[in-house]
Ligand binder design. Structure first.
Ligand code: UTP
Length: 294
């Protein structure tokens, strides 16, 4: 059996234009929009940290420099917080910070699609398996979606895709996988279909924005032609890789919020607010009254 190599690095593609969120995203990257009091991308970095990721590769574009600043120390701010005795705020800033040298930023230059964004990370990832996290998909789960994926990967190797269940009537909006042999925490994938015609989906398990991929994907991406939406798609490259290597699904039991869509973003704010001891009761009561009146 071939040795299962450890997943140490993660790619976070943040170069998209976020057109569904205009005008908010004209000058502010959509990955920096806040859910309660944290930028969306910070939830995803924390999920990756909890899964043992040691190096974070951000694929960025124009107008995204603020993401780099967010994951750096702000000396004046830290000094001011210290002077004012705001130790809890200071600690929360320290806890979210990747270690010095543990982040890399590379430019996609033109938003040619997710597959192209991933390919832009090839030199920094090198010849090792890596995690891919779509930073606008925020997971709500005690254990963390990527941690569960890494556990499954350490048992079965190959490539892992996280899946969640969707309403079968909505399956045509997603990338859907076919279910094969059961695994501990997931199953073997028999097929992957991007946005199947209504009524033809092989299951209601949709790909929810977390992947563990082997580096052979980069060779395939380098030759990958444009697909749906005239963009270079990572799913098209995964389908080719699936001819050479196994793909398994990790069945994610938590909630997935698509913060790249308006409704998903609002729902994420409500859900995470209800998790917060400091604001839960007020949000809950006001929400109940608001719904009663709607
Ligand atoms: P999306 O397709 O959701 O992002 O890509 P988008 O293109 O910014 O969104 P809309 O449809 O215009 O509103 C998922 C993730 O992949 C990144 C995005 O930044 C987002 O985090 N992405 C997408 C890139 O980095 N490069 C691309 O060319 C496309």
């Amino acid at each position: 059996m071939t040795k299962i190599r450890r997943v140490r690095k993660a790619v976070l593609p943040v170069a998209g234009l976020g057109t569904r969120f205009l005008p908010a995203t004209k000058a502010v990257p959509k990955e920096m929009l806040t859910v309660v009091d944290k930028p969306v991308v910070q939830y995803v970095v924390e999920e990756a940290m909890a899964a043992g990721i040691e190096h974070f590769v951000f694929v960025t574009g124009r107008n995204k420099a603020v993401i780099e600043d967010h994951f750096d120390i702000q000396v004046e701010l830290d000094d001011t917080l210290r002077e004012r005795g705001k130790s809890a705020e200071l600690k929360s800033l320290e806890d979210m910070l990747p270690k010095a040298g543990a982040t890399s930023f590379t430019r996609q230059q033109a938003p040619l699609g997710l597959g192209h964004a991933v390919w832009c990370a090839r030199d920094i990832i090198g010849d090792e398996p890596f995690a891919l996290l779509l930073p606008d998909m925020v997971m709500r789960d005690q254990a963390g979606c990527l941690s569960g994926m890494v556990d499954l990967y350490n048992k079965v190797g190959g490539n892992i895709v996280a899946v969640a269940e969707c309403d079968p009537a909505q399956a045509h909006k997603y990338g859907i996988v076919g279910k094969g042999e059961d695994l501990d925490g997931g199953f073997r994938i028999t097929q992957m279909v991007e946005k199947p015609e209504p009524g033809t989906a092989p299951s209601n398990y949709y790909i929810n924005g977390r992947y563990i991929l082997q580096p052979e994907i980069f060779d395939i991406l380098s030759k990958q032609e444009r697909g749906a939406g005239n963009e270079i798609q990572v799913t098209d490259a995964m389908l080719k890789l699936a001819d050479q290597q196994p793909f398994s699904a990790y069945q994610f039991g938590g909630e997935t919020y698509d913060c790249g869509s308006k409704a998903g973003f609002i729902l994420a704010n409500v859900a995470f607010a209800l998790d917060r001891d400091d604001i839960k009761s007020q949000v809950f009561e006001d929400l109940k009254n608001m719904i009663a009146k709607a």
